[in-house]
Design a binder for this molecule. Structure first.
Ligand code: ADP
Ligand code: ZN
Length: 740
């Protein structure tokens, strides 16, 4: 297989022009029949690493995946790209399962997803035997491979059986995929799966498109308002993580009252409610999911634009994974952490409750580690250096310098040279034989008479008392910075013992200077405005139109919008505005199947848009080639397209009368357009149509007498509200109150 034809297959089936870092090497190794381990962060593009080889090889590839939702997602997306795929799991009827098995044997399926426990059911083993004889097994792909390791955060005993694959099919290559970073887990995976000299690819865990920031909490009310303000500045889907079910419920409710389409998710809801809420969020019927960390694992939504931790996460790894659910599609996204000292106390309290279920004794080792992990979260949040560097260092990556995409880098603090103090600190660590934590080192430096200091005779050391000129806080700040900048290491056993490393010695020998950012003053956090590239208005309007078409098409097929096209593809479409199939095919994310299925619909919208906003430089060569017949807008689209026209103008700031005048319509028709869009689930801010006060009154009426009869509502409101006003508010109310 030449590298060129790999690239062609990538374009034909997935619509992408080039591979991301690591993908090609992984694919080539797997195609060459080698066992492979792919370690990439969320959004790194793991799926293609086994999907593309599956297409190129004879036989079927068996994909082991732990979550049913995940299987469904991937199978839907594969089918959209014209690839034969199916899944077999416990949700299927016997008849359906038989049909699918037959399809596999008929050779029309390239990828079959199964749950691990099913793989080794006697019946399935027999089935695989037949598959292998008849059409061959091309490979085994083990998704979320870290589940095989007890050292991982998500161990699943069923995964342990996967070792049998190697025994049953010694010659079929296995590829494991995971986003879990630690060394120990990696080794465990390759060993547990019986991999033979695997090719291992570890991608960088730097998620360059994620913006990291921390906002201090300032009392319950002000914090909530900051949260609200933060969400209002965001576009697109988001997740707000809270610590407890109670808080999830409260915050979701308040956000709704404040006009944000938010729904809750936590383990206290019924399975049905959880699934419904999840689906509404995935399909963009609501914007914000307020959730405990029970939510998110296995959610593949690629266009999550923001993840806010309204309460402190419990450890950095968790924070990295949870915040990492933003921006899988590579588009700019926001990760915000609210730092509240009250929350800190709550978590400490919860940790103190950890007891052995049998003996009821406190689990001291676990508690100690939990406290240290929490301390690391606080250190991250209080850190004044690049947040990305702090996170990546946690995963063993040395990221240098200014990322220009975190709050600390965008508003850098003035730097001071603290090399001399660092030398004092590090030599004190050396003199005390690398056996103590930061607190003790600082005590020694500041000449404390504490018993622990005297007992170890550390008052006899040459470094005793040489740091009296600096405050406790300053020393703490320094020790945190030394850790964050990699000049010191600490043990992770809960004791946080400081250890010297190569860089420490370089500082002590005077080969390196240590710069320390000066702590910001305690003025309230100002929200940093990022520079965003403003697209021209017409591009933005077109984007909204294309997005609405995407939503309509998605609803028609009962799939999430991103399955049709990703936001990245939609953005490119709005910018390049292709009007021929040939140009449309060039968009990233448009493969052969999607071109066939969707190009005409989207081109129709673009052409229609050009009537109102002629393309800036009419690329005559392109446009003149368009024959009207080559485009077949469907009737249903032209019906909704007039609504979209109205919406674009409304969102452009025009009021009802202006829109009606411009478009030669009656105002009532304009109201109807907007109402219909609202009813179909489109999120429109109606504050300019009905004042928030009036919305509230109508809302209350709806809560009291329901939305069935407009006439009753009109009467109930003593005829002080127009039918139009009632109708738009009712549309929103219905969307919030009715299941899908
Ligand atoms: P992971 O499983 O590693 O979290 P996915 O396989 O879901 O990531 O890929 C994340 C996103 O990146 C998806 O939207 C996918 O279509 C897209 N993607 C993957 N490979 C490429 C590529 N080579 N070029 C552009 N986009 C890609
Ligand atoms: Zn940074």
């Amino acid at each position: 297989m030449t590298s060129d034809s790999l690239q062609q297959t990538l374009k034909q089936y997935f619509g992408y022009d080039s591979f991301r870092a690591g993908q090609r090497e992984i694919i080539e190794a797997h195609l060459a029949g080698r066992d492979t381990l792919a370690i990439m962060p969320t959004g790194g593009g793991k799926s293609i690493c086994f999907q593309l080889p599956a297409l190129l090889k004879d036989g079927v590839t068996i994909v082991v995946s732990p979550l049913i939702a995940l299987m469904q997602d991937q199978v839907t997306a594969l089918k959209e790209n014209g690839i034969g795929a199916t899944f077999l799991n416990s949700t299927l009827s016997v008849r359906e399962a038989n049909l699918r098995s037959q399809a596999v044997l008929d050779g029309v399926i390239k990828l079959t997803y199964v749950a691990p426990e099913r793989l080794f059911a006697q019946q399935f083993i027999e089935f695989l035997k037949i598959v292998n004889q008849k059409i061959g097994i091309a490979g085994f792909a083990i998704d979320e491979a870290h589940c095989v390791s007890e050292w991982g955060h998500d161990f699943r005993p069923e995964y342990r059986q996967l070792r049998q694959i190697r025994q049953l099919y010694p010659d079929v290559p296995v590829i494991g995929l995971t986003a879990t970073a630690t060394e120990r887990v990696r080794e465990d995976i390759s060993q547990q799966l019986g991999m033979y000299q695997p090719y291992i690819h570890v991608a960088s865990f730097n998620r360059t498109n994620l913006y990291y920031e921390v906002i201090p909490k300032q009392g319950t009310e002000q914090s909530y308002l900051n949260l609200l303000q933060q969400i209002k500045r965001m576009q697109g889907s988001g997740i707000v993580y809270c610590l407890s079910r109670k808080r999830v419920t409260e915050i979701a409710e308040r956000l709704r009252e404040d006009g944000i389409a938010a729904i809750p998710y936590h383990a206290g809801l019924s399975a049905k409610e959880r699934e419904e809420n999840q689906t509404r969020w995935i399909r963009d019927d609501v914007q914000v999911m307020v959730a405990t960390i029970a939510f998110g694992m296995g959610i593949n939504k690629p266009d999550v634009r923001f993840v806010i931790h309204y309460d402190l996460p419990r450890n950095i790894e968790g924070y990295y994974q949870e915040s990492g659910r933003a921006g899988r599609d590579g588009e700019d996204s926001h990760c915000t952490l609210f730092l509240g000292y009250q929350d800190l106390e709550t978590i400490k309290y919860l940790i103190a409750q950890k007891v052995d279920p049998h003996s009821n004794e406190p689990l001291e080792a676990e508690q100690r580690i939990a406290y240290q992990q929490l301390r690391q979260v606080v250190d991250y949040a209080e850190g004044v250096t690049c947040r990305r560097a702090i996170l990546l260092r946690y995963f063993g990556e040395n990221f240098h310098g200014n990322c220009r995409n975190c709050d600390n880098c965008l508003t850098p603090k003035p730097m001071e040279d603290w090399t001399v103090e660092s030398q004092k600190f590090l030599s004190c660590v050396a003199r005390t034989k690398e056996r103590f934590g930061a607190g003790h080192i600082i005590d020694v430096l500041r000449g404390s008479r504490k018993e622990k200091v005297l007992q170890h005779q550390h008052d006899q050391l040459s470094t005793y008392g040489i740091g009296k000129d600096r405050s406790l806080d300053e020393w703490r700040q320094l020790s945190r910075s030394l850790l964050h900048q990699g000049y010191l290491t600490q043990t992770t056993d809960g004791y946080a013992i400081l250890k010297l490393n190569d860089r420490s010695w370089e500082v002590m020998r005077g080969q390196r200077n240590v710069l320390l950012p000066i702590e910001r003053d305690t003025e309230p956090a100002t929200v940093v405005e990022r520079e965003t590239s403003e697209s021209p208005v017409d591009v933005e309007i077109l984007f909204k139109r294309l997005r609405l078409l995407r939503k309509n098409l998605a609803d028609g097929q009962e799939v999430p919008p991103y399955v049709i096209f990703s936001n990245a593809t939609l953005n490119q479409m709005a910018e390049q505005q292709p009007t021929t199939r040939k140009d449309f095919a060039k968009l990233s994310g448009v493969g052969a199947k999607k071109l066939e299925q969707y190009a005409d619909d989207f081109i129709a919208i673009i052409l229609e848009h050009h009537l109102q906003y002629p393309p800036a430089e009419p690329t005559a060569s392109v446009n003149s080639r368009v024959k009207p017949e080559s485009v077949t807008p469907k009737a249903k689209i032209s019906k909704v397209s007039t609504q979209r026209e109205t919406l674009a103008m409304y969102e452009n700031g025009l009021d009802i009368d202006e829109i009606a005048r411009d478009r030669g319509l009656k105002p009532a028709t304009v109201w109807t357009h907007l109402t219909q869009l609202l009813e179909s689930g489109y999120a429109i801010n109606i504050d300019r149509l009905v004042s928030p006060e009036r919305q509230n009154v109508i809302y209350e009426a709806l809560e009291v007498i329901g939305g069935d009869s407009l006439r009753n509502l009109f009467d109930h409101l003593r005829e002080e509200y127009t039918y139009d006003e009632i109708k738009v508010v009712r549309a929103i109310w219905q969307n919030e109150n009715e299941p899908l």
